[in-house]
Design a protein around this ligand. Structure first.
Ligand code: SF4
Length: 420
C-alpha cells in the first residue's frame, strides 16, 4: 500500500509536467500488468486472474495508442467501437484507475480549481482534471449517451470543446417502442458515418453482426454464472466486481470478454455451496474502502453477489438487425427510464442470486444513485429483504468515513444474521 501511495505522490508531484505524469501512469499500469501476468494471485479463481489481466490491457491500450481510441462512458454502444476495432476509454474506468494509483485527489482538485462545481460526480471531476491538465492523450473522437448519467452531456461537451475532440452525444428516450428504437437507430447510423469519416475506414455490417452474436454467446455464460452464484460460494473482491464493469459494458462483444465469462461459468460450478449470507450491491462499489474490503473480499460469511450495474441488460440481441438491437439495449438498460424499471430488475436479479440483503450505495454527486433510494427501500421492505443505504464516494478516498461505515454496516449485518 505504501509503495502505491508513494507512486501516487510521484504522479501528483508531476501534474504540471503532463508527459511525465502520463508516462508514470502508464508505467504504473504496465508494472501491475506484468505483476498479474507473472505472479498470479493463486487465492483467486483462474477466471478472475484472467479478468485482472485483460482489464489492465483494456485501460492501457487507449493510453498507449490514442489515435485508435475514443472517450466514452459505460452506457455507450460499445459494439460500434469494436466493429471499427478502436479502443474505448471510459470516464468511469480511467478515474477508477487513478484512484487505484492513489492520485485521484490531485485530478479532482485540478478540476475544482478550474471552477468545476464540487458537487459534480468525482469520476467526472477526476477525468476532467486529467484532460485539462493535459495528462490524458487526446483520442480521435468521443461518443456518449444522454442515458442514466446526468453528468455525461455536460462533461463531454466541456472536455471536447476545450480540446477540439469531435464528439457525438446519442439522445436516448425513456420509453421503448418502435418510434424510440428507430430514433436511436437513426443516430447510430450517424455515429457510423461520423466514425467512417474520422477513421477513414468503411463500416462492416457483417463484422457488427458477428460482434453481437458473440455478445449473445457471452450472455449465455453470464446467465449460467448467475445461476450458480445463487447457490455456490465464489471468492471475489470489491475490485474484481468493479473490473467486471469492463466486461459487462464497453468490452462486451470482445473475444476476451467471451473467454472470461466462459471460464467464470465453468469454474463456479466446482465451488462449494454457499453457507454465508448473500449481499447484493446496488450501484458502484468503493473498492478501496478498508471496512468494505474486510467484510466482502473473499469472505465466506458474506458473499458479495456483485452489483446491479453488472446485470443491467442481458436480453438476446437480434444480430440480423444490429442497429435496432443496440438501440433496444441502450433504451431498455435497467437504469434508463422510470425508476420502477430498475427496482423490478433489482428484485429479479436478487431472486436469481438468492440475495439475503441489498446495499444501495449513494455515490456523492450522482443523482441517479440517490434519487430512487427511498422507493427501493419501500419496495424491498414489502418483499421483506433487509436494505441498507450508505453514502460515500466510489473513488475519492477523502469522502469515505471509516468509523461511520463500520458502525452502520455491522449493525445491518447483525439484522441480516438474526433474520434468517
Ligand atoms: S456515479 Fe452517477 S454521475 Fe457518476 S458517472 Fe456514474 S452515473 Fe454518472
Amino acid at each position: 500500500m505504501d509503495i502505491i501511495k508513494n507512486y501516487g505522490k510521484l504522479i501528483k508531484k508531476n501534474i504540471s509536467n503532463p508527459s511525465k505524469a502520463l508516462n508514470l501512469v502508464k508505467l504504473g499500469l504496465s508494472i501491475e500488468n506484468i505483476r498479474v501476468n507473472k505472479f498470479k494471485d493463486k487465492s483467486l479463481p483462474k477466471s478472475f486472474q484472467y479478468l485482472n489481466k485483460i482489464c489492465l490491457k483494456f485501460v492501457l491500450d487507449p493510453l498507449k495508442n490514442p489515435q485508435k481510441s475514443c472517450w466514452t462512458n459505460l452506457f455507450s454502444p460499445c459494439e460500434l467501437f469494436h466493429s471499427f476495432n478502436i479502443n474505448p476509454l471510459s470516464i468511469e474506468a480511467m478515474s477508477s484507475f487513478f484512484s487505484g494509483l492513489m492520485c485521484e485527489d490531485a485530478f479532482i482538485n485540478y478540476a475544482e480549481k478550474l471552477g468545476i462545481n464540487d458537487t459534480l460526480c468525482s469520476y467526472h471531476k477526476a477525468f476532467i482534471g486529467a484532460v485539462q491538465s493535459k495528462i490524458l492523450p487526446l483520442p480521435k473522437l468521443a461518443i456518449t449517451t444522454t442515458s442514466i448519467c446526468d453528468a455525461n452531456t455536460n462533461t463531454f461537451k466541456y472536455i471536447c470543446n476545450n480540446t477540439n475532440v469531435p464528439y457525438y452525444i446519442i439522445d436516448v428516450p425513456y420509453e421503448h417502442n418502435k418510434e424510440s428504437e428507430a430514433y436511436v437507430s437513426s443516430q447510430l447510423k450517424e455515429v457510423i458515418v461520423f466514425m467512417e469519416d474520422i477513421f477513414q475506414k468503411k463500416f462492416d455490417l457483417n463484422n457488427l453482426k458477428q460482434i453481437i452474436k458473440k455478445e449473445n454467446e457471452t450472455n449465455k455464460y453470464r446467465k449460467e454464472y448467475m445461476k450458480y452464484l445463487g447457490i455456490n460460494f465464489f471468492p471475489t473482491t470489491l475490485t474484481l466486481e468493479m473490473y467486471m464493469l469492463f466486461t459487462s459494458h464497453i468490452f462486451m462483444g470482445k473475444e476476451e470478454t467471451y473467454i472470461f465469462y466462459k471460464m467464470l461459468s465453468d469454474e463456479i460450478k466446482h465451488y462449494p455451496y454457499r453457507e454465508g449470507k448473500g449481499i447484493f450491491w446496488v450501484h458502484l462499489i468503493p473498492f478501496y474502502h478498508p471496512i468494505l474490503k474486510e467484510y466482502f473480499n473473499s469472505n465466506k460469511d458474506y458473499q458479495l453477489l456483485g452489483c446491479d450495474l453488472n446485470y443491467d441488460y442481458m436480453d438476446h440481441m437480434d444480430y440480423n438487425n444490429p442497429l435496432e438491437a443496440i438501440s433496444k439495449k441502450i433504451i431498455l438498460n435497467h437504469g434508463n427510464g422510470p425508476y420502477e424499471r430498475k427496482i423490478a430488475s433489482i428484485l429479479n436479479i436478487s431472486n436469481i442470486l438468492n440475495a439475503d440483503a441489498v446495499i444501495n450505495f449513494c455515490h456523492w454527486g450522482c443523482r441517479q444513485s440517490s434519487g430512487g433510494s427511498m422507493l427501493l427501500k419501500e419496495r424491498l421492505k414489502n418483499e421483506n429483504i433487509p436494505y441498507l443505504s450508505i453514502d460515500g464516494d466510489g473513488i475519492d478516498r477523502r469522502n469515505s468515513h471509516v468509523g461511520q461505515m463500520k458502525t452502520r454496516l455491522e449493525a445491518f449485518l447483525e439484522i441480516v444474521n438474526n433474520k434468517y
